[in-house]
Design a protein around this ligand. Structure first.
Ligand code: TXA
Ligand code: MG
Length: 319
């Protein structure tokens, strides 16, 4: 029997009883549990095989609820929250004493966001507690952007995926932390850098693991297909190095190869938004074609292209 369902009341029931439920957001599907339930949170980590040093994002449904989660909101964080919530931005702020260490991996900060998905906002409004939700994929693998992706990963492990359709943004939220009240981008994501800078001015980016020990989840290899993947400027040139192999190709807007490879064009109309929304689905699709290699085309380094290149880069790191 399928674990996919649109029944919000069922999700409320499971979550209220210390169980986990996969939930839709506009970025990717999350694997959610009550932040105050040790049973639920432990189950999230064990289902994902995620190490406990990697903290979780807390999901709330209103800016008012923020005061129960954090003790201090810098001016620029207020501006960002007002501009972009509900939306694809996570803020890392000083945590309230009541937030369990299991959520924050013992850190004195907590990551929090208001997701922009009608079903999940309805769900959060019916619950008496916030939801911790990492992306609903096994640790390190491609994030899910449909209920079916989650079912393929976890049908034997969880009871329910709340079906909210395909994620409209398709890559994870942009994570912003603060040092001395000044913003720092810990993870590039679905909210483009330019949009953030239009509200608060220039921000520092520490998106690489070696730059930022404060964001323990920023692994070199992440969001990765099982198939060996390359990221290149010239796809045609790279395919010639792999003649005789079964090749998958992932390109931005223009078809680059004939019938000798399986190709996905991410956005015919060259929209970075559309390409981001289709990225993980395309990676899931190619990863199920029994290919020898996947060759991905590097995106223009602007807007969401920067975030897409970040994900593709992490997908190419060998195990
Ligand atoms: O779009 C998203 O953010 C999705 C949806 C479900 O909301 N969630 C998501 O969660 O991507 P996850 O667990 O896959 O990624 C959370 C990231 C990790 O890299 C983690 O290290 C970082 O957030 N993080 C969480 N708490 C943190 C903290 N206190 N300080 C620094 N980084 C933190
Ligand atoms: Mg993740």
């Amino acid at each position: 029997m399928s674990i996919i369902s649109k029944d919000i009341q069922k999700a409320v029931h499971l979550l209220t009883n210390d169980d986990v439920v996969a939930i839709p957001t506009e970025t990717v599907y999350g694997l959610a549990g009550n932040i105050f339930s040790e049973t639920a949170i432990t189950r999230i980590f064990s289902t994902k095989k995620r190490p406990f040093f990697n903290p979780l994002i807390v999901h709330i449904s209103s800016i008012d609820a923020l005061q129960n989660i954090v003790t201090h909101v810098p001016e620029k964080a207020k501006l960002l929250a007002t501009a972009f919530w509900p939306g694809s931005m996570t803020l890392v702020l000083k945590k309230h004493a009541t937030i369990p260490d299991l959520i924050t991996a013992g850190k004195d900060t907590v990551a929090v966001r208001i997701p922009n998905h009608p079903l999940t906002l309805q769900l959060l409004e019916q619950l008496t507690f916030p939801l911790a939700a990492p992306s609903a994929n096994p640790f390190g693998s491609i994030s899910p952007t449909t209920a079916i992706h989650v079912e393929q990963y976890f049908k034997n492990d969880i009871k329910m995926v709340l079906d909210g359709g395909s994620c409209s943004k398709g890559i994870e939220s942009t994570i912003i932390g603060f040092e001395n009240d000044e913003p720092i981008i810990y993870r590039l994501g679905a909210l483009a850098l330019e949009e953030i800078e239009a509200v608060i001015g220039k921000v520092v980016i520490k998106n690489k693991k070696e730059q930022n020990l404060d964001a323990p989840g920023m692994l070199a290899r992440h969001y990765a297909p099982k198939t060996q993947t390359f990221l290149v400027d010239d796809v045609v040139h790279e395919t010639k190095k792999h003649l005789g192999k079964k090749i998958g190709v992932l390109v931005f807007h223009q078809s680059k190869c004939d019938d000798f490879c399986i190709e996905v064009v991410l956005s015919d109309k060259a929209s970075l938004q559309e390409a981001a929304a289709n990225l993980y689905s395309a990676m899931h699709h190619l990863d199920h074609q029994n290919l020898d290699v996947i060759i991905a085309e590097r995106f223009p380094e602007k807007g969401l292209g920067i975030s897409i290149n970040d994900r593709l880069q992490r997908a190419t790191v060998a195990l």
